[in-house]
Design a protein around this ligand. Sequence first.
Ligand SMILES: *Cc1c(COP(=O)(O)O)cnc(C)c1O
Length: 453
Amino acid sequence: MTTTTKTKLQTIDAQHHIHPFTDSGDLVKKGTRVIERAEGVYLYDSEGNKILDGMAGLWCVNIGYGRQELIDAATEQMQQLPYYNSFFQCTTPPTIELAELLSELAPDHLNHVFFTGSGSESNDTMLRLARHYWACKGKPNKQVIIARKNAYHGSTVAGASLSGMTVMHKQGALPIAGIEHINQPYWFGEGFDEDPNEFGLRVARELEEKILELGEDNVAAFIAEPVQGAGGVVIPPESYWPEIQRICDQYEILLVSDEVICGFGRTGKWFGCDYFGTKPDLMPIAKGISSGYLPIGGVLISDEVAETLKNSGDEFYHGFTYSGHPTAAAVATANIKVLRDEGIVERVDQEIAPYFSEKLQQLASHPIVGEVRTLGLLAAIELMQDKEQHLFFEDKGAVGTRCRDISVTNGLVMRGVGSTMVMSPPLVITKEEIDLLYERVLKTLDDTAAEFL
Ligand SMILES: *Cc1c(COP(=O)(O)O)cnc(C)c1O
């Protein structure tokens, strides 16, 4: 594509397209990067740049770009039956097949799924389902959902309310009633002078305090990401999840593991709860379920919750036009089969994640880096003004955004969350590609340090 047509596309984009999570005025000034195609772990933009996608799109392209199996699945399903709904006693073969496959992969007690079109819809579904479940159990007052500060659970009204991001809450008078937030297990940023496991226990016990404050008869569920993604790849100390599990069990609170990022191999296990050994009652899923090739999500539901619904004698008045969309379901099934049959998740666990961690940990001694943390193929690099003094930059967003831009110039997509640089590459990334990723991160850190230190 020539520069003139690119400029024209950018102009049209600026005139007509309001982008998500974007300062529109600022974008009009800067112009957008037009991504035209992709293959494997690489993106190609309209200016001819080949960029290593260190974010797998938005944490979702787990099997990488350009897989023919998914293209074929979509084509065949569209020819056969592009769309039909799952309302009014109907369903479609790909929807059924995907439901069975998910039940096989999920922890033993999760054998049911409610389909949605996205992670946000999954969390809206979770909220309504958790409250409805307790009403069916004769405990209609169990309504409050406890979530965490700095969590990300989506952008719909329920999703943004469950999310713990103050900037989102400021717009549109959120959160809605009945949602409470406790602290996140962000040791490096918020507990650095404490022993990590002591800190983990302390913040986990905030859940207990909150339940006692509200009364357990008023609390429906606790929701958390196994590893907080959009909040800056916050990996909890080892002590954290077992204590959360204990509290949920003791007070009869549904445990909701938001697996939208951690699901489908990101941690080196099929789900984040498999990694941490927790036993959630509900699991919102999306993103990696289809590697982003088509939009689809869902909520995995425990046998106990599903039985209660079935025995309630009433309808669950909830659903989407695209719940169980056959083409999206066929693509998700093809995606999961590639992940499973090629042993991609096991390879991440045994080979690729250890290599990724070993390489990136070499950056911990860089003058601008305060900490490097990884889990599976998730990584965070904390940028700091003065690591000896544990001093963060005053304007965290400015350094993170600049570092992100430098990174793209250096041929790598990293994302800045405040001054935390995060990565989540496709699970099919090779060791050679990790070497290249490492070189580009290093160059980016050098360039950023030259400007900010
Ligand atoms: C992305 C994300 C969501 C929202 O998913 P959408 O498909 O963007 O609506 C929810 N939870 C987590 C943990 C996510 O990362």
